[in-house]
Design a protein around this ligand. Structure first.
Ligand SMILES: NC(=O)C1=CN([C@@H]2O[C@H](COP(=O)(O)OP(=O)(O)OC[C@H]3O[C@@H](n4cnc5c(N)ncnc54)[C@H](OP(=O)(O)O)[C@@H]3O)[C@@H](O)[C@H]2O)C=CC1
Ligand SMILES: O=C(CO)[C@H](O)[C@H](O)COP(=O)(O)O
Length: 631
């Protein structure tokens, strides 16, 4: 893609501003060729200008194209400096069209009076000074150029250009909320020179970036902005800008403001929990403007983002290669010290994978909540439940189990804090999207759906209060040993992961993403919310095939643990304990392990009322049949 040592500079500004002088000095400094755009005008244009007539857009077209070719030819080598007025945005677009790198735009500015007086003293140039008015009228001041005032001597301007380039940050981050702040500190502590931006909202959001910089020693070299164009100019090209803002309309709003300030080949990375279809849409929209868009799932919460998250980037592979060193630097490490970051695949696949991660997270959380309820019903207090969970088998170890133990032990005054927390579960949408996507793909992700709907049911707190008054359902302790309960938990988690990876496999085939499931499991072994001992085991199992349920280790665990799961669910139902996720687990297992299902009756009913046809077991051709049921 890029010869990394090659630099293309366009020195722009109105005639007489000093482009040639500055350009030659700059070229000398970098030891690259200098070209004066004026030397490339066709004879016709020179005559027209010398006659005091301004050039039209049509006159400029071939000239701009020839300068674009010049830039492209030299971009393949050491680069070059080209002086060219480039007064309008669309001229600049033509000049950088199809370049394999983002050029540096240097805008030389000066007052009309200063330049006019300089032009009057200039000899041997075909541009009469009265054309200067038309140049100023035509000029569209660039947003994304390094700007220098020509009251300074040319030598100083070149020094300032070099200094500015040296001061530029390698990586930019927009959105200094919970995750954005942690990621900034993580990047800076790894020695990455960063630029940070947070919007300015008068009276509400003021000096967020500069105040944040003051609070942390590791940010002393970071640049802080609340003006977007200054933030953009502070970044090395191609710019790499990580968005950590709320998913949805906020991302579109930021992109709308940001994109016009960027140059070709710049890379926007969306690290939020965006919907994968939005990501695909944004990627194709931005690619029309020559910009790259990487949809990048990030998991680990505030602490993970600070100390090492799991990172799931998807999009253009060449663009990914440019941001890979930064993402790998900040990612968590797996047990072999490899970064928990891997290229997921094209387009929205990174955000899809993060969405599914959250779906698995929903079910893992719901299972723990159901076991909390089971032990509560047995009369155990939160400390006792924490004690039971902390003694559970290594196979059940996970980050979510660890934090659950901490949560259960947390006291407030004489009581446990958990008793003071209202039992209405919130959500930000990823569980909902996962459930919709599973329905669209036709995959039975029943534990994820069960846990989503359990959250929704919990949110109907008033209804639950009212219904309980009319239909009281007494909870009673289930008579099952702790070992059996923990075995049921272990198996339900296995089913959750079987469903999750099957879901990914189906998405990969449908969307032609070629996902590497083992590699995805690997980057989920650390840094993310669903890291666990089980995930560690799945990395190798998924190497030998994607069908987890048929893997010998998994199938022998299922055989061993299934009686406990069946018993616990049956006992919970007898005891009026709602266990939607656990029951989905055993129902799925019973369904998937029976070659015969009652779906023949569904097919018959469909054919009866809607002539939807059915296939027959005694017709191996797979042909569809219809019966006139009332004849
Ligand atoms: N919190 C978590 O554990 C995790 C969150 N995520 C995802 O990361 C993203 C960010 O989350 P989080 O850091 O928690 O969110 P916060 O609410 O803490 O921060 C959001 C940031 O976005 C900025 N922002 C919001 N709207 C706009 C807008 N219209 N224009 C410009 N900036 C805007 C906010 O600026 P301002 O302060 O000015 O309002 C703030 O800096 C979300 O998509 C979230 O789902 C992913 C993994 C874990
Ligand atoms: O992405 C995350 C962790 O991986 C976030 O914490 C996520 O927002 C949690 O989702 P919800 O608020 O819907 O429970």
């Amino acid at each position: 893609m890029n010869n990394s040592d090659s630099r293309i500079f366009f020195i722009m500004g109105v005639s007489g501003v000093g482009k040639t002088t500055v350009g030659k000095l700059l070229a000398q400094n970098f030891n690259i060729p200098f070209f004066d755009g004026d030397d490339f005008h066709p004879e016709y244009n020179i005559k027209k200008m010398a006659g005091g007539h301004p050039l039209s857009d049509e006159d400029r077209l071939e000239w701009l194209k020839s300068l674009n070719k010049l830039a492209k030819d030299h971009a393949k080598e050491s680069g070059c400096v080209i002086a060219c007025s480039a007064l309008k945005e669309n001229y600049r677009n033509l000049l950088e069209d199809d370049l394999n790198q983002s050029p540096h735009w240097i805008y030389l500015e000066g007052s009309f009076d200063l330049i006019s007086s300089r032009l009057k003293n200039r000899k041997g140039h075909y541009m009469p000074s009265n054309l200067l008015h038309s140049q100023f009228d035509t000029l569209e001041i660039p947003d994304n150029a390094l700007t220098f005032n020509v009251e300074n001597p040319a030598e100083e301007i070149v020094e300032m250009i070099v200094q500015k380039l040296n001061d530029q940050a390698e990586f930019g981050l927009i959105g200094l909320g919970v995750m954005g702040k942690s990621l900034c500190r993580n990047l800076a502590s790894k020695g990455v020179k960063i630029s940070m931006f947070n919007r300015h909202v008068p009276g509400k959001e003021e000096n967020i970036a500069s105040d944040f910089k003051q609070q942390h020693k590791e940010l002393e070299n970071a640049l802080a902005f609340d003006e977007l164009h200054k933030f953009v100019s502070s970044l090395q090209q191609p710019r790499k800008i990580f968005l950590m803002v709320n998913a949805g309309s906020a991302i579109d709003a930021v992109i709308e403001e940001l994109a016009p300030l960027l140059s070709k080949n710049d890379i926007i990375i969306d690290g939020g929990n965006s919907h994968y279809e939005d990501t695909a849409r944004r990627e194709s929209l931005l690619s029309e403007k020559g910009l790259f868009f990487i949809g990048c799932g990030v998991s680990g919460g505030e602490e993970g983002a600070l100390k090492g998250p799991s990172i799931m980037p998807g999009g253009d592979l060449q663009a990914y290669d440019l941001i890979k060193p930064y993402l790998e630097k900040i990612a968590a490490r797996d047990k072999n010290d490899n970064a928990c970051c891997t290229y997921i695949g094209k387009s929205g696949s990174g955000h899809f994978t993060k969405m599914l991660h959250n779906g698995i997270e929903y079910a893992e959380m719901q299972l723990l909540a159901e076991f909390y309820q089971i032990f509560k019903t047995k009369g155990n207090n939160p400390d006792e439940i924490a004690e039971i969970l902390s003694k559970s088998d290594v196979d059940t170890q996970s980050y979510l189990l660890e934090i659950t133990i901490d949560i259960l032990k947390k006291r407030e005054g004489n009581d446990w804090l958990i008793h003071k927390i209202l039992d209405k579960a919130g959500n930000k949408g990823t569980g909902n999207w996962t459930t919709i996507a599973s329905a669209q793909l036709g995959v039975p992700s029943t534990l994820i759906a069960g846990s989503l709907f359990a959250r929704y049911l919990s949110a109907f707190k008033d209804d639950r209060d009212r219904v309980q008054n009319i239909l009281p359902s007494e909870l009673s302790a289930i008579e099952v040993s702790i070992d059996h309960i923990l075995e049921a938990y272990q198996l339900a988690r296995i089913i959750n992961h079987i469903q999750g990876f099957k879901f990914l496999k189906e998405a990969s085939e449908t969307y032609k993403w070629s996902l590497n499931l083992s590699e995805i499991a690997r980057i989920w072994t650390n840094g993310c919310i669903i890291r666990s001992e089980l995930m560690e085991k799945l990395v190798d199992m998924l190497k030998s095939g994607d069908d987890l349920i048929l893997h010998t280790e998994i199938s022998s665990s299922i055989k061993k643990l299934k009686p406990a799961l069946s018993k616990v669910v049956a006992k919970c139902i007898e005891s009026n304990i709602a266990v939607p996720c656990l029951s989905e687990a055993i129902n799925f297992l019973n369904g998937i392990s029976q070659a015969d299902s009652p779906a023949n009756l569904i097919q018959a009913q469909r054919d009866y009322f809607g002539a939807h046809t059915y296939q027959r077991v005694d017709d191996k051709s797979g042909k569809f049949h219809h019966t006139e049921w009332l004849k």
